[in-house]
Design a protein around this ligand. Structure first.
Ligand SMILES: [Zn+2]
Length: 373
C-alpha cells in the first residue's frame, strides 16, 4: 500500500498521511501544482521545489498531442524530459476532451475527439490511456472516466457512473497485464462519478473498491454545482471510500475549497487557479487577494505578504513586481506565480500542522475570517 494514514483530527474528518512512490514521498494533505504540458508555466523544477512542491500534476491529453508518446519514450519518460525528479500524477484526459469541446463521439469502446491544435482525429480507450501514461511514466495515473456537467438528471448521472465503472475495470485489467516502461512503479487511481446523487456516488465508490485501486479520486465536481452541493457530495464520498487509502478531489479549487475538502477528509488537490490568477496579476495572501496590476501598488515598498518566505517576497517589493507585470516582463509572471504556488503549498503545510495539533477547525475559521475581512 503506497499510502500511510498518520493522524486524524479529533474534531473533523481532516487527516495527515504520507504517500510513497519510487520518486520520493509526499505528505498529505497536499496540493499538486499543475504543469499542463510538462511544466508549471514560467517555473523551473528548482523553482517548484523552492515553493515547497512535493509532487506535480501533468495532463495526459496535452502530452499525448504534444510532444507525443514517441518523443517521451525516446527521452525515457517525462521525469527525464522535464527534469522534475519528484512524483508526477497524470490525469486521464477525459476532462480535457469534454471541457475543450473536442469530443466527437463517445461509445462503449472509448471517446473519439479532434485535436484542438490541428483538427486531427484520435480515439482514447481505457487501455490506450494506460499505455500513454506508461509512455509518460507518471508515478500515479488516473483511469479514463466519463463525465457530465452539473446539474445532470438521474439517468444521465447513472449512465456516467456505469460507463466509468466499466472503463475502470478495463483500465485495471490493462494495467495488470502490462509493465512499466521505465524502472519505477506506477500506481493507478479510480474515479468516483455519480453526479450529485448519494446512491449513485455510493454505488460508484463500492464498484471501484471491488475492482481495487491504489487510491480513489472524487470526479465530476467543480463542473457547475453550487458550493453546498459540492460539500455534500465530497462529504458522502469520503464516508464511502476506504479509510486507509488516498483520496483525491480533482480540479478543486480556491483556497477555501481546499480547506473544505481537507476538513471532509480529502488528501490530494490540484487546480490551475494559483498559476492562472498569477498570470493576471492576482495573488493570494492570508489577508485576502491583491491585484498587483492595480496602479495603487506602484510605489509599494513591502513584499506581497510580510513574512512569506517565497523567492518573490524574500527579494522583491510589490512596486517592482507591479512594474514587471505592467510592461509584460516575463519575470513579473514568474514572481507572481512563485508566490501563489508557494501560498497554496504553505496553506496545506499549515493545515497539516493544525491537524496534527487537533485544531484544524479553528485554523480554517481563522483563515476565512482573515481573508474575508
Ligand atoms: Zn510570497
Amino acid at each position: 500500500m503506497p499510502f500511510t494514514l498518520e493522524h486524524t483530527d479529533s474534531k473533523t474528518k481532516a487527516r495527515t498521511g504520507v504517500f510513497k512512490t519510487d520518486h520520493g514521498s509526499f505528505e498529505t494533505p497536499m496540493f499538486m501544482p499543475v504543469g499542463t504540458i510538462g511544466t508549471v508555466k514560467s517555473l523551473s523544477p528548482d523553482d517548484l521545489k523552492s515553493c515547497g512542491a512535493q509532487i506535480m500534476l501533468s495532463n495526459t491529453y496535452h502530452l499525448y498531442l504534444r510532444p507525443g508518446t514517441e518523443i517521451l519514450e525516446e527521452f525515457g519518460g517525462l521525469h527525464r524530459f522535464n527534469r522534475w525528479n519528484g512524483p508526477i500524477l497524470t490525469d486521464s484526459g477525459g476532462f480535457q476532451i469534454y471541457s475543450l469541446n473536442d469530443l466527437i463521439t463517445s461509445s462503449e469502446e472509448g471517446v473519439e475527439f479532434k485535436s484542438h491544435y490541428d483538427g486531427s482525429r484520435h480515439l482514447f480507450t481505457p487501455e490506450r490511456v494506460v499505455d500513454i501514461q506508461r509512455s509518460i511514466g507518471s508515478d500515479i495515473m488516473m483511469v479514463l472516466d466519463y463525465l457530465t456537467g452539473n446539474p445532470a438528471d438521474y439517468d444521465t448521472a447513472m449512465e456516467a457512473h456505469l460507463q466509468t465503472l466499466r472503463w475502470a475495470e478495463r483500465s485495471r485489467n490493462h494495467l495488470n497485464s502490462t509493465k512499466p516502461l521505465y524502472e519505477h512503479q506506477q500506481f493507478q487511481f479510480g474515479i468516483v462519478q455519480g453526479g450529485t446523487y448519494s446512491d449513485l456516488r455510493k454505488a460508484s465508490a463500492d464498484g471501484l473498491m471491488q475492482i481495487g485501486f491504489d487510491g480513489y479520486a472524487i470526479g465530476g465536481l467543480a463542473v457547475g454545482e453550487d458550493a453546498p452541493t459540492r460539500r455534500k457530495v465530497t462529504d458522502e464520498c469520503t464516508d464511502y471510500l476506504p479509510e486507509n487509502q488516498a483520496r483525491y478531489l480533482m480540479g478543486v479549487g480556491k483556497p477555501e475549497d481546499i480547506l473544505n475538502g481537507i476538513e471532509l477528509g480529502v488528501d490530494m488537490f490540484d487546480c490551475v487557479i494559483p498559476s492562472r490568477n498569477a498570470r493576471n496579476g492576482s495573488v493570494f495572501t492570508y489577508s485576502g487577494k491583491l491585484n498587483l496590476r492595480n496602479a495603487k501598488h506602484r510605489n509599494a515598498k513591502g513584499p506581497i505578504e510580510p513574512g512569506c518566505t517565497c523567492y518573490a517576497c524574500s527579494n522583491f517589493s510589490i512596486g517592482y513586481i507591479h512594474h514587471m507585470l505592467k510592461i509584460n516582463e516575463m519575470l513579473g509572471l514568474r514572481l507572481a506565480t512563485t508566490h501563489n504556488i508557494h501560498f497554496y503549498l504553505q496553506l496545506v503545510k499549515d493545515s497539516r500542522k493544525a491537524i496534527k495539533e487537533n485544531r484544524f477547525a479553528e485554523f480554517k475559521q481563522e483563515f476565512l475570517e482573515n481573508v474575508n475581512r
